[in-house]
Write a protein that binds this ligand. Structure first.
Ligand SMILES: Cc1cc2nc3c(=O)[nH]c(=O)nc-3n(C[C@H](O)[C@H](O)[C@H](O)COP(=O)(O)O)c2cc1C
Length: 379
């Protein structure tokens, strides 16, 4: 699908059009270039389930539903936040939310910064709640905006705009540092975020965009009072990569290339979170099929998130391809449960796993013995 972009209003206010144009450039780059991790993986390739040949389950009776923030998900899947803020995003959000509502999955929107700056753009986000009145819907704003002084009232406006179930604050220092106009003064971010969370009307999610969270981050996330972590580890879409393609100076372009694969692999960051954080965990970053989703759940996540595959699914210009993608993932999760003897998502959370390779090696460095995931088999 060609991106047909008509600016929502005159270029009178330069700030709002810069935000909106940047979001459109991101979409274009993601659709036209290969922006996936190049030399690292999510680590999910190091993780295998134990096949159960004598399974006695009925494939169709396996229950893969779950609940997050009081919202039922028929499939433990969330469309990670991507768009909003321009005409083209309105269409994408329409297709995605209609499909999410139909099949009972969650959905995040892209950064709502542009809509705070320009009220005319709010419709491009509101469409999501209109199409999915009862679904898990997640609002979105950057940590950079909080560092710049976003108020508690503005944060609650973000939630109210789409009657959000929760709002994600995305931490993306790498992406900002490769952007010519990036927010890189993050002084006092922790104190400011803590204040925002205290005055928030809805649960707040700490989200990365493709570099994951470290053990120290997870501890700060806990201290700041976040209700959930959306991992978004390395191994999928590279935002250093996207910004490097968009960069307007050799300095930024080169930095984006060098840091293309920077971050903590999704599998490692998910394991560290499940062991050190008691809130909701969404495993994400490079999730590409239902087997990946099932692996993250077996590592302790409550659901998984996926971004770029859904962007590609909207390119058919309808909800049908989005629905087909969700159904594929659903079947693959169900099949994993069937072949591991798990009747439900709760049982899948305790399914034995073999963890090998680089992921096992890194876990050892953290003092985590990968054998503990296999020893569940004896229970
Ligand atoms: C076109 C596009 C736009 C995105 N915009 C946002 C955004 O506004 N806010 C945000 O938190 N993440 C944004 N993301 C990042 C995704 O939510 C996700 O963290 C990242 O792409 C890694 O997931 P993936 O490997 O499944 O693509 C965007 C991703 C894509 C593909």
């Amino acid at each position: 699908m060609e991106i047909q972009y008509t600016k929502s209003k005159d270029q009178a206010d330069e700030k709002e059009s810069i935000t909106s144009d940047r979001k459109l450039a991101h979409l274009q780059i993601c659709l036209e270039h290969d922006v996936q991790a190049q030399t690292v993986t999510t680590g999910l390739d190091d993780i295998s389930f134990i096949h159960r040949a004598t399974t006695q389950l009925s494939l169709n009776e396996i229950d893969i539903s779950t609940e997050i923030f009081g919202k039922k998900l028929n499939i433990p899947l969330v469309i990670s936040g991507m768009t909003g803020g321009h005409d083209f995003a309105y269409k994408l959000n329409h297709f995605l939310s209609k499909a999410a509502n139909k099949l009972g999955i969650g959905m995040g929107v892209g950064s709502q910064r542009a809509a705070l700056e320009d009220k005319d753009l709010r419709e491009t986000f509101k469409i999501v709640r209109e199409q999915a009145p009862d679904s898990l819907i997640i609002g979105n704003i950057g940590a950079g905006q909080i560092a710049l002084g976003l108020s508690g009232d503005e944060f609650n406006e973000i939630a109210d705009m789409i009657s959000a179930t929760a709002v994600a604050i995305h931490f993306n220092p790498l992406q900002e540092a490769i952007q010519p106009e990036g927010d890189t003064d993050l002084k006092e971010l922790i104190a400011k975020t803590t204040r925002i969370i205290k005055s928030s009307k809805v649960p707040v999610i700490a989200k990365e965009v493709g570099s994951g969270f470290s053990l120290k981050d997870i501890k700060s996330i806990k201290e700041m009072g976040f209700s959930a972590i959306d991992i978004q580890g390395v191994g999928g879409t590279s935002w250093a990569g996207v910004e490097s393609i968009r960069a307007n100076t050799p300095l930024l372009k080169k930095a984006g290339e060098i840091f293309w694969d920077w971050g903590i692999p999704t599998a490692i960051s998910t394991i560290l979170s499940t062991k050190n954080f008691e809130g909701v965990i969404i495993g994400s970053g490079g999730v590409r099929n239902g087997l990946d989703v099932a692996k993250l759940i077996a590592l302790g996540a409550d659901a998984a998130g996926m971004a770029i595959p859904f962007l590609f699914a909207t390119q058919s210009h309808s909800t049908d391809a989005v629905i087909a993608l969700i159904k594929e993932i659903e079947y693959q999760i169900r099949l994993t449960c069937f072949l591991t003897g798990c009747q439900s998502i709760n049982e899948l959370k305790h399914a034995p796993l073999v963890i090998t390779g680089k992921t096992a090696e890194i876990l050892h460095y953290y003092g985590i013995n990968p054998k503990e995931y296999l020893q569940r088999e004896k229970k």
